[in-house]
Design a protein around this ligand. Structure first.
Ligand code: ADP
Ligand code: MG
Length: 690
């Protein structure tokens, strides 16, 4: 089987290159086959020089008229060639004596290269070339020539030779077709081997535009199977979860009531509805796997806390995990505020907690003395063990992978008993991604913001208009309002960033002597940070200069103006989240996005999105369109959802068919499911660990 045949089995691959290929993600012959060309070259026919245009890439056959070295700004070798229909200049900046000598008058050459407009005539710069005989020109290629993405120390020619050999090894035993004919006919899919042959070596006349866009039926056949594999793996996960047991939780209405009663606001209808859905799931004897989506500020934390209250009241532990220290800290502050009043101690664990404090938290959790633990992915570490973990809450899950979700579930697992899971996100997921990432989850949407939020007017201004912006701050504060001035990361280092914020605060205090200005940043001691924030809340500070620490959690309805420096450097979601700090009172609020000119086209479009809408879902949708899901969801960095062939934006249209195919396969050919998953996700698949 080609998925078990190492690349080293191919001619020309020694231990050294096998290592380089492995680092590039190519370990088996099957990997070679799934590494598709990025584009193609047409060397199937010889093009007469007379028909060449600038920009063409072509194979030509010519004879040399004249070769000479020119000493201009750069020494170059110019070779004038012709074929009876026209002429062309070959230009070389790097060349050896021997090379130069090979271009004697009358020598015949086969060339391949891109045609450019030169000073006097058409040119090819550093074309590929070979000497050919007077009469016996070698046969032209029969197929289009693939150009593969290359990597560190991996050459184009190597990849071509490897794919040539891999294609020759194709066979029904070696790369079986797992999709039954009936299914393929229904879905209009070709067979796997034919698709691979076509995509690696298309025939002349193939639709190059479609191939290079990745929308050719051959590529779509492969993308389809890959998406199907991911989808099936999640469906299997879900199926398995229904066989797992979880503690049914329906105890302790009092704690939940007490929690609700102490909130200084009434829950929105959407929050109440979603809490009901969660409580229903928690009462089941199988693990809940529920995704809660809601815009920034829709109040997901309260919903999560209500779920935690139910689990705690039923005698189980709860772990709450957020992807960054800052977010986790914010949850810690909120949960502590709510639960310590109810007599529940709240534990804290992040990468920064070390030594004694860490040991104490880990021990208290393992013994069951501590019931509620908030933290970052530090909660996954090997020595962290739980005692009756009943509920896992994960915030902004897209920054974690399915793997991590499962790892956390497995941590709390005792035999067939697994904890319930609640996952929260402010980033709406496009259908393709949801199918691939969340097919194992039920979903709830908090589609209503708490009352009293007013839309924020947003403008983008160049840094050069700083004086005007300062004036706006002056006017807002003179009218009795408060303002935020956010200094965002320019420097990578936190200390430099704090320094920049300090400088800004100093300048602003000088420019606005009549205002009370305070500064908060990550380097301040917690008590000091809290003291300054509190003063701002009480209205004793007019202008709060801050690093992005205020992204979360500050709630001051009287603040109606927000300035964000270097806005072009932040993600849309982060800007949206920052902007959500204003617009919480009755006064009309505004946000100024300051940027350094000149803006790139992309930056301009992204800032425009914020000017046009305050709807977080719409913003996320436009962001996905502009940047693609890998960037937006951070899936590139985390290595989650690594598709080799499918592209989640490009291939969205395949989703409904993939879902249908999964249904069909599970019903009519369930024995094919595991092999399809294994082919694309490998043996150590997440579904195997479920
Ligand atoms: P997110 O969904 O972005 O995580 P949070 O849970 O942080 O939102 O809530 C944002 C703010 O709104 C918090 O200050 C929270 O206390 C407040 N909040 C939540 N629910 C309500 C509500 N029903 N009415 C008024 N304020 C609320
Ligand atoms: Mg939140």
């Amino acid at each position: 089987m080609l998925d078990e045949t190492p690349v080293a089995a191919l001619r020309g691959v020694g231990p050294k290159s096998a290592e380089k290929l492995a680092a590039f993600g190519i370990e088996t012959v099957q990997d070679v086959l799934f590494h598709l060309p990025r584009r193609y070259e047409d060397r199937t026919r010889i093009v007469p020089l007379g028909s060449l245009r600038p920009g063409d890439q072509a194979a030509v056959e010519v004879s040399v008229d004249l070769a000479e070295v020119k000493f201009g700004r750069r020494r170059s070798l110019l070779v004038r060639v012709s074929d009876g229909t026209g002429s062309l200049v070959l230009r070389f900046f790097h060349f050896s004596k021997a090379q130069q000598a090979g271009f004697e008058r009358g020598a015949r050459l086969r060339l391949y290269g891109e045609v450019r407009r030169g000073p006097a005539s058409l040119e090819m710069v550093h074309p590929e070339y070979q000497r050919i005989g007077e009469a016996d020109s070698p046969p032209t290629e029969e197929r289009l020539t693939p150009v593969y993405p290359t990597g560190e120390g991996i050459h184009q020619l190597t990849l071509r030779k490897l794919s040539e050999q891999a294609l020759a090894m194709l066979g029904d035993e070696r790369l079986p077709e797992w999709l039954p004919r009936e299914l393929r006919e229904q879905m209009g899919l070709s067979d796997l081997q034919a698709a691979l042959r076509y995509v690696h070596r298309p025939p002349p006349g193939a639709d190059l535009d479609a191939l290079e866009a990745g929308t050719h039926p051959g590529q779509q056949r492969l993308a389809f199977e890959e998406m199907l594999a991911h989808h099936l793996s999640l469906r299997m996960l879900r199926q398995r979860a229904t066989h797992l047991h979880a503690p049914p939780m329906d105890g302790g209405a009092e704690l939940l009531e007490a929690f609700r009663a102490q909130l200084p606001f009434a829950l929105t209808g959407a929050q109440r509805r979603v809490i009901e859905e969660i409580l229903h799931d928690l009462a089941q004897p199988h693990p809940m796997m529920r995704l809660v989506q809601g815009d920034v500020g829709s109040g997901k934390t309260v919903v999560a806390a209500a779920a935690a209250a139910r689990a705690l009241a039923s005698g189980y532990q709860v772990a709450v995990m957020a992807p960054t220290e800052l977010l986790a800290e914010q949850h810690f502050a909120n949960f502590r505020h709510w639960f310590e009043a109810l007599g529940v101690e709240v534990g804290w664990l992040s990468g920064r907690v070390k030594g004694k404090a860490r040991r104490a938290a880990v021990e208290a959790m393992a013994s069951g003395e501590l019931k509620l633990l908030i933290g970052t992915h530090a909660l996954f570490q090997d020595d962290v063990a739980f005692h009756r973990l009943g509920l896992v809450i994960i915030d902004e899950q897209h920054r974690f992978g399915v793997h991590q979700r499962l790892a956390l579930r497995n941590k709390g697992r005792e035999g067939q008993l697994a904890p319930h899971q609640l996952i929260m996100t402010a980033t709406p997921i496009p259908r393709t991604l949801a199918m691939a990432m969340y097919a194992d989850l039920d979903s709830s949407v908090i589609d209503e913001l708490p009352p009293g939020r007013t839309p924020v007017r947003t403008v983008a201004l160049a840094e050069s208009r700083r004086a005007e912006v300062v004036q706006r701050v002056r006017e807002a504060c003179r009218a009795g309002r408060q303002a935020y001035w956010v200094c965002t990361l320019i420097e990578e280092s936190e200390s430099l960033q704090c320094q920049a914020a300090e400088d800004s605060a100093g300048q602003l205090a000088e420019a606005l002597p009549e205002l009370r200005v305070a500064l908060v940043h990550g380097r301040l001691k917690d008590v000091e940070k809290a003291r300054r924030m509190d003063a701002f809340k009480r209205g004793e500070i007019d202008l709060l200069v801050a690093t992005t620490v205020i992204e979360v959690g500050v709630d001051v309805p009287n603040a109606s103006l927000m300035i964000i420096e270097n806005a072009e450097r932040l993600g849309l979601a982060q800007l949206h989240q920052l902007r959500g700090r204003v617009g919480r009172g009755s006064a009309e609020s505004s946000c100024v996005l300051m940027y350094r000119a000149p803006l790139s086209q992309m930056a301009r479009e992204r800032l425009a999105v914020l000017r046009e809408t305050c709807d977080g879902f719409e913003i996320a949708r436009r962001d996905l369109e502009l940047r693609g899901p890998g960037e937006v969801l951070g899936t590139r960095q985390t290595g989650l959802m690594q598709f080799r062939i499918a592209d989640l934006m490009r291939d969205q249209a395949l989703v409904p068919k993939v879902e249908q195919a999964a249904d069909w396969l599970l019903r009519h050919a369930p024995q094919q499911v595991a092999p399809v998953i294994r082919r694309w996700l490998g043996r150590a698949t997440r579904y195997a660990q479920a």
